[in-house]
Design a protein around this ligand. Structure first.
Ligand code: CO
Length: 134
């Protein structure tokens, strides 16, 4: 059911320093910071030949990234995102297997302008999983 790895999201305590590190030390193609007020994050997209990295930095006091960085001050992998063709069919299949969908269970429009859902990390070995319909 799941397709390509769309991105790995890393929460970072210093967006500029990390973007510079990926640009200069790792030689990656790094985009400009984008504020995503609906998600409480500022995002930098890094394009790799086979997937993307998303650097996440808190935007606003209610940011979902804030608590993560409080627990992981040096930053860390926040979630991984798999592509699906039909997000509602994927959700229904997953909930039938016992997996929990976060929030009200309905897709929201994600940072790429496409429908996304998040699955409970306790159901996936401690890994927050995002599904994105492509
Ligand atoms: Co994501």
């Amino acid at each position: 059911m799941i397709g390509r790895l769309n991105h790995v999201a890393i929460a970072v305590p210093d967006l500029t320093a990390t973007a510079d590190q990926y640009r200069h030390a790792l030689g990656a193609k790094v985009g400009a910071p984008q504020d995503e007020p609906a998600h409480g994050v500022t995002v930098v997209f890094i394009e790799l030949p086979n997937t993307k990295i998303e650097l996440l930095y808190p935007l606003g006091d209610a940011s979902p990234i804030k608590g993560f960085l409080d627990k992981n001050p040096a930053g860390g992998i926040h979630h991984i995102c798999y592509e699906v063709e039909d997000i509602l069919a994927a959700r229904d299949h997953l909930t039938a297997t016992g997996a929990r969908v976060l929030g009200d269970g309905n897709p929201k429009i994600g940072a790429h302008g496409k429908p996304v859902l998040f699955l409970h990390p306790k159901d996936f070995n401690g890994c927050l999983v995002e599904l994105e319909q492509v």
